[in-house]
Design a protein around this ligand. Structure first.
Ligand code: DCP
Ligand code: MG
Length: 373
């Protein structure tokens, strides 16, 4: 078939932070497959292939239109022979045999199911699989399995928290937590981060940053907010992590999967009728019990670290990875959720906004809704 490369394909960067990626994905038929293959590689601890699939998906998400033929992806970065072969299959047959093989794999199915439980990571999932367990029912029925507190909550609220959270639900939670925080510290600020800040309609959780304008005043605030949520009867689960942040230990050499700010992983009870747009209508009691459980992450960085925390928690994960990679490879700088360090000048670059950080990196500012890489 006749096919010419779209002009866009000639000027796409290998770095997600040099691309603009909205939530509008014209190439979902490919990216869904690549993300599934990436997850499978992750389960098999194949780091290289995993990253390659994620990068391929990310590049395709940034394209302004759908790819209809292989010619259209000529010159695009991060698309190798392997990923192209998968795309060719999808273009010709409308499906990927490779992904169907993965989807029908017993181990993949079990690991995907097990890791869908809050508190269960690939390591635990693998352990359960090796013990011959295949379903959630079997895990709960196995007397020799010791679930930790987080996993018990994960099973207890499994049905609710595996259901997507809507933007309306995120906004309702925002109001509730904001009111609670203001009741304790009137000058505190609550910012919505994660996927919802990027304009997504649905998410697996709701992420917030909580700060106060005065340095040091954030200490203890999160614990008081948690206590208040408990008093209000809406705290279903809470895992609190105190701050281990120490500016003098930066820049840390190894890759940090998690930042050192004080934070809590919560499950909150959200009443129906607290949402805008549902008109407070009582639903059929047969189909609903009037509330749902929602996963919420609350992070409380000191105010001078706010911009870095906001940039780090807004995501997407691929956007964050590429920002750090770009900083390291192209600028000799080290970026994480806490700080930006210039390795040549041997100094920390201060920032009070995300714009400051992009400017330090010599990057054009990318709006949150353009970071859906
Ligand atoms: N993040 C991070 N370190 C972690 C976890 C997350 O820096 N250990 C950042 C990157 C994520 C963002 O925080 O993009 C939010 O994490 P989520 O897992 O909630 O991801 P999203 O909000 O993007 O997706 P979803 O809509 O599924 O919640
Ligand atoms: Mg999120």
């Amino acid at each position: 078939t006749e096919c010419s490369p779209p002009t866009a394909a000639t000027n796409v960067s290998q770095y997600a932070c040099l691309r603009r990626t909205t939530t509008e994905n014209h190439n979902k038929i490919f990216t869904d497959v690549f993300e599934e293959l990436a997850e499978n590689s992750e389960f098999n601890e194949s780091k290289g292939p995993c990253l390659a699939f994620r990068r391929a998906a990310s590049v395709l998400k940034s394209l302004p239109s759908a790819v209809h033929c292989l010619g259209a992806i000529q010159g695009l970065p991060c698309l190798g022979e392997h990923t192209k072969a998968v795309m060719e299959e999808i273009l010709i047959f409308g499906r990927s045999f490779k992904v169907e093989e993965v989807q029908s794999d017993e181990r993949y199915q079990a690991l995907k199911l097990f890791t869908s439980v809050f508190g269960v990571g690939p390591k635990t999932a693998e352990k359960w699989y090796r013990r011959g367990l295949r379903s959630l029912k079997e895990i709960l029925a196995e007397p020799n399995i010791q679930l930790n507190r987080m996993q018990r909550a994960g099973f207890l609220y499994y049905m609710d928290i595996s259901k997507a959270v809507s933007k309306a639900e995120a906004k309702a939670l925002r109001s509730i937590i904001e009111e609670t925080a203001h009741w304790i510290a009137p000058d505190s600020k609550l910012a919505l981060t994660g996927g919802f800040r990027r304009g997504k309609e649905y998410g697996h959780d709701v992420d917030f940053l909580l700060t106060v304008p005065e340095m040091g005043k954030e200490e203890g605030l999160l614990l008081r907010v948690i206590d208040r949520l408990r008093d209000q009867g809406i705290l279903l689960y809470c895992e609190h992590q105190g701050s281990t942040f120490d500016m003098s230990k930066l820049p840390s050499r190894r890759f940090e999967a998690m930042d050192h700010f004080e934070k809590c992983f919560l499950i909150l009870r959200l009443e129906e009728g607290q949402m805008e747009g549902d008109g407070g209508l009582q639903k059929d009691p047969g189909e609903s019990r009037g509330w749902r459980a929602v996963r919420v992450d609350l992070v409380a960085p000191p105010v001078d670290r706010y911009a870095f925390a906001l940039l780090g928690w807004t995501g997407s994960r691929q956007f964050e990875r590429d920002l750090r990679r770009f900083a390291r490879k192209e600028r000799g700088m080290c970026l994480d959720n806490h700080a930006l360090y210039d390795k040549t000048k041997k100094l920390f670059l201060p920032a009070t906004s995300e714009e400051d950080i992009f400017a330090h990196l010599g990057l054009e500012y990318v709006e949150p809704w353009q970071r859906n890489a």
